[in-house]
Design a protein around this ligand. Sequence first.
Ligand code: UT7
Length: 336
Amino acid sequence: MIKLLREKPVSVGIVGTGVCLPEKILTNRDLEKMVDTSDEWIITRTGIRERRITEKSRSTSDLAAEAGAMALKNANIMPEEVDLIIVATITPDMFFPSTSCLVQDKLGASRASAFDISAGCSGFIYAMTAGTQFISTGMYNTVLVIGAEVLSRIINWEDRSTCVLFGDGAGAAVLRRVEDGFGILSVELGADGSNSEVLKIEAGAIRMPITENNCHNPERYLYMAGSEVFKFAVRIIGDSTLEALDKAGLKRKDINCFIPHQANIRIIQAAARRLNVSMDKVFVNVQKYGNTSAASIPVALHEAIEEGRIKKGDNVVLVGFGAGLTWGASVVKWAV
Ligand code: UT7
């Protein structure tokens, strides 16, 4: 049995956040020129107005490292102090090595160990939960958690049902020990592999390698059964949030800021209605970036902090859902 390094677990919280959002903006009007769609359809069905697209010369590890560097700067922590880097992504630079190893090098975080997590749009919650354990048990002091995606390179730009939905970006958070009673109060994680078919990329890995014959087939791009994922999302945001609140000993009325995965404004509104959380407590930025998968929650969290929507002592709910299917919700009592 592994010996616990601390007598009793300590409180762990987020002490700094950062983002990287590529400069290039692709608007709904731009998309009207590429596929049979309209600004009006995209806005009314999704709430998205524009999304960011990564320059050809850059990759997921570049965005992740930039977001990570900002988070460390905001936390006043040097890269050499980082003990572990966890990158959540479904768009790694390569099969291997892990994107987190490339980020470790780019940041000069020479002491840090590093690994990736693949949990779709729930990736950041999974990564934050993993990172928390290392600090809570006493193994590490400082963990850098990053959600980063370059989804623009796995999208079929001829498929209007998916290409209007997604965008690129990265968000990061630094985890450290915080004052007792603050920080991550609870986490609820889940997975349902029996529904793995509704959100996937079929080709390009081991089961269906890319060949001369299939290199232009739709199977090599992101596929989503939209309405199935929609129904799952509304249900699971509500259920997992209630579980996480219960574990934290809190009620819905105790939520000060609600930060859901930014996939579709209609999903967010329906989930908020189901939870009876008023929209003025819900942070929304899907209109600016579309769905950035694992980056969506840390980017929204960073912007909520920048806009002064979160103060010390607030109960912040982070909740995500995505490919796997997976989900994750966490209640964080803001510590800084
Ligand atoms: O983060 C991972 C999880 N992802 C999500 O959470 C996304 C979940 N799903 C959704 O957000 C929604 O299901 C979508 C936005 C993907 C689709 O919205 P919907 O209201 O479920 O539309 P629909 O799929 O039922 O399509 C309605 C119509 C169809 O036409 P017909 O068959 O009714 O004639 C589509 O062909 O809209 C058509 N359509 C479009 N029309 C214009 C689909 N995409 C487009 C488009 N522009 N881009």
